[in-house]
Design a protein around this ligand. Structure first.
Ligand code: GDP
Ligand code: MG
Length: 314
């Protein structure tokens, strides 16, 4: 796949110090009006969640997959530093907002039709400096514009993750003019550093066990929890979950770790090889973005971005 040397992450939504959000229409337009995407259906894959939990690190593997000519040998060389969306950063505050990769990638549907794939990184959810409003705005906008949203969480899928998600989804629904069943497409919980492999195996299979356990509506359960679960089922067409192992101590503890595969645990790489190709399967009906039951092009997505932001700003 062709790639230009200037490709990189572009901040399209930022949050000002007085908690206003700003959509950079000019920059967003440069991406969504890219000639490679023109007239094509699109897929927008996003990652959201708390900061410093390996989101951007994971996205850089998505980039490798999308750039690979051979989807069997996509992960790269053992000693190649991992680049793209900026991961690790300092211990301090990260830029809040949304970043989109500057260029769309092309993929083929099973029918042979080409679609444009866009990647988005988000930052700000639950970090101590963000307000509830900022979190809700970023997450809700992410759900609205994405076909696939990866909700990145640490250690386990817990009650508060479901409650937050349901709140964000509810907030997002407010931006829609008409009520549609399942307004959002795919939500994939990505559990990092899963520790109970001896009980529940890594991957989508283990994730399914955890998810069905957490989403189960039990007798004598609190009404609120029951409501959260049934609303999530109504809001999303597909919810799944993937359990990811810890990447190893070189990743988390070594200052000079540059993302090279040689320093990452074998288990992590094996699961990465299960997760990423599955997430980008073009025969997944939820992979291609639809709004109000219609496929949209990237230039139409640009208009939706504007109108959703206008709703949230009012
Ligand atoms: P983000 O703020 O969520 O985008 O996090 P980053 O991608 O910038 O990564 C933050 C730190 O977490 C980096 O030092 C990574 O090396 C490390 N990291 C990456 N993946 C994982 C993981 O699966 N588990 C843990 N514990 N750390 C990770
Ligand atoms: Mg990040």
């Amino acid at each position: 796949m062709e790639r230009s040397s200037t490709a990189g992450p572009v901040q399209i939504v930022s949050i000002t110090d007085d908690h206003k959000f700003v959509l950079d229409e000019k920059k967003l337009k440069e991406i969504l009006y890219h000639k490679r995407a023109q007239g094509k259906k699109i897929s927008l894959v996003s990652i959201a969640g708390d900061f410093r939990k390996g989101k951007s690190f994971m996205l850089d593997f998505f980039l490798r997959y999308l750039r690979a000519k051979d989807h069997k040998e996509w992960m790269g060389k053992e000693n190649e530093p991992l680049k793209g969306f900026d991961w690790r950063g300092g211990a301090g505050r990260h830029t809040t907002g949304m970043l989109m990769w500057s260029e769309p990638f092309l993929m083929s549907l099973p029918s042979g039709e080409e679609i444009a794939v866009l990647l988005m990184d988000t930052q700000g959810t639950f970090d101590s400096n963000s307000t509830v409003f900022e979190n809700a705005f970023i997450f809700a906008l992410t759900l609205l514009v994405s076909s696939v949203t990866v909700y990145n969480i640490m250690h386990n899928l817990q009650e508060d993750n479901l409650q937050h998600l349901s709140f964000f989804a509810e907030y997002g629904v407010l931006a829609l003019d008409a009520y549609h069943t399942s307004p959002f497409q795919q939500l994939t919980f990505l559990v990092r550093d899963w520790q109970f492999e001896y009980e529940t195996p890594y991957g989508f299979e283990g994730g399914e066990d955890i998810l069905s356990d957490r989403l189960q509506i039990r007798a004598n359960q609190h009404r609120d929890l029951e409501l959260v679960r049934s609303r999530l089922r109504q809001c999303f067409r597909k919810v799944n979950c993937f359990l990811m192992p810890h990447p190893g101590l070189k990743v988390t503890n070594r200052r000079d770790f540059d993302g090279r595969l040689g320093d990452i645990e074998k288990d992590f790489k094996a699961q990465l090889n299960a997760f990423v190709p599955e997430l980008f399967r073009s025969d997944n009906v939820n992979f291609v973005k639809e709004i109000n039951g219609e496929f949209i092009t990237s230039t139409q997505l640009f208009e939706y971005f504007r109108s959703y932001c206008a709703v949230f700003a009012s």
